[in-house]
Design a binder for this molecule. Structure first.
Ligand SMILES: C[S@@+](CC[C@H](N)C(=O)[O-])C[C@H]1O[C@@H](n2cnc3c(N)ncnc32)[C@H](O)[C@@H]1O
Length: 475
């Protein structure tokens, strides 16, 4: 088994925008934590505290909000940057923080005279990104200065859009590569769309380059839609969450780090006009409080947040299966697959869907839950391996049942085995590609997590009883 290494710890460079490097948030001075070496009994649980941040940030925010935001959390330093720690005992069910909408940064905070110049093509993410740039330009005069100067510096962000071309080359065979290129193109288009408006306000946006905008945009990002009154705030990238006001940055709450296994998350109450976190377990003073940003695979995490986690239960891999033109009965197979297309299954980690791209994810052995090898993947392979008579049998069987191909095992067992051998060879091919990445010793975290879930997916084939012995011999 391979060792997992966090991608976020690698030393990435920024070569996407060939522009002069300068700090994005010029106000930003990330202070080293002043560690307390108290002789009192609270020494152990206060040594993590970031005094500079803890002593003035929350009082400033509470004064601005005219309400208490948290009485049980302190701002501290962790291996993953700033973090929130329990400063008092917390019990499961306690509300640990409440941030009113009035102190969240949303598109409607942007001056209306600027906002009115934007067309529909300018996303709310871009508007919040511009708001950050605007506040940054105002420096100490900004009413958000204490927040703005604590936002990460470019060198602290490892989202794949900031990877160099060489670094991206290492993940060329992964979907993250295409998604990264898509994100870069999207940001460039958004930058072109806002430019005519920002050019009219040189006092606010003079010298704002594509690179500056890209960093601000990466701090905010993609939107999702939610229900009515109470809903989950899903972070749309490293610091922003979505609410009815659109994408918003939620000061203080955005010091919370991610644990994919945590049940706690940031929730928004439309009625109460606030976002809050309820503790899902007890905490002792000094414990770091983590929430889940969502059910994200490592691919999603590295793309949108710039980090991966060592063992990610939401990891999945996408494997492509094509019908080569020279294949026996090519046209017939193509038509059959198009006519009986499996319904698209979408989830938060699926970047792009194609009838030829199949998502495989980990299955739970004991309960036999989980999707493992998707039925549509097996069906595709069955069609590829079938002769004319078998294709016609598959067609009438699908027409008579729920319209899905190859729902039951093929009558010809050796044909079924052949289909699974095809799946096996495709997965092996992909494992070998990732293996090449691992050997290059640069993209270890990402590649090895893909390797693990591909292996697990192969094990899921064991659920097909006739193939169990064959697979046992193979593995
Ligand atoms: C919402 S912010 C959390 C506060 C952040 N640590 C800070 O210094 O301000 C999200 C960022 O924190 C870092 N982060 C959060 N959870 C992490 C984890 N489990 N592993 C590594 N980095 C993490 C990543 O850089 C991520 O983009």
């Amino acid at each position: 088994m391979r060792t997992l290494v966090l991608v976020g710890s690698a030393n990435f460079t920024y070569t996407w925008c060939p522009l002069a490097r300068r700090p994005f948030f010029t106000l930003s001075v990330r202070h080293r934590p002043k560690l307390k070496f108290s002789t009192s009994s609270d020494k152990a649980c206060r040594s993590y505290i970031d005094e500079e941040c803890d002593e003035d940030f929350l009082p400033w925010l509470e004064q601005k909000a005219c309400t208490k935001i948290s009485s049980t959390l302190s701002i501290g330093k962790s291996a993953h940057g700033r973090a929130l720690y329990a400063s008092k005992p917390i019990q499961a069910g306690d509300c640990i923080l409440r941030v009113p909408y009035s102190v969240q940064l949303a598109p409607d905070n942007l001056p209306p005279e600027i906002c009115s110049l934007f067309g529909d093509e300018v996303s709310s993410v871009s508007k919040v990104a511009l708001l950050l740039l605007h506040e940054q330009k105002m420096g100490q005069k900004s009413e958000w200065a204490p927040y703005i100067r604590r936002l990460p510096q470019p060198f602290e962000m490892h989202n794949t859009i900031f990877w160099s071309d060489d670094e991206l080359e290492m993940i060329r065979q992964s979907v993250i590569y295409q998604e990264t290129i898509k994100q870069r193109n999207h940001i460039e288009k958004q930058f072109m769309a806002i430019k005519p408006a920002t050019d009219q306000f040189p006092q606010c946006f003079e010298d704002v380059s594509l690179k500056d905008f890209a960093y601000a945009h990466a701090l905010v990002l993609w939107t999702r839609t939610f229900g009515d009154d109470l809903f989950l705030d899903i972070p749309v990238t490293s610091r922003a969450w979505e609410s009815s006001r659109g994408v918003s940055m939620i000061p203080f709450a955005d010091f919370l780090n991610h644990d994919g296994t945590s049940e706690a998350c940031l929730m928004s109450h439309e009625g109460k006009q606030l976002s809050e976190v309820i503790a899902e377990r007890d905490y002792s003073p000094g414990d770091q409080v983590l929430i889940s940003y969502g059910k994200f695979s490592n691919s999603s995490l590295v793309l949108d947040f710039g980090f991966t986690v060592p063992y990610n239960i939401y990891d999945q891999a996408q494997v492509e299966l094509n019908i080569p033109q020279h294949y026996h009965l090519f046209q017939m197979k193509l038509e059959l697959l198009q006519r009986f297309k499996a319904p698209a299954i979408k989830d938060v980690n699926e970047f792009s869907s194609s009838e030829k791209l199949f998502t495989i994810k980990e299955v739970k052995f004991a309960s036999k839950k989980g999707r493992g090898i998707p039925q549509s993947f097996r069906a595709f392979a069955c069609v590829l391996c079938s002769n004319a008579q078998e294709l016609s049998d598959l067609e009438s069987e699908a027409a008579q049942s729920d319209g899905r191909l190859a729902r039951s095992p093929l009558k010809n067992k050796s044909r079924e085995i052949e289909a699974h051998e095809l799946i096996h060879s495709k997965i092996t091919e992909q494992i070998n590609e990732y293996d090449a990445c691992i050997k290059c010793n640069l993209c270890v975290g990402l590649a090895s997590s893909c390797y693990n879930f591909l292996l697990v997916a192969m094990y899921s084939l064991w659920d097909h009883p006739p193939l169990k012995t064959w697979l046992e011999n193979m593995l």
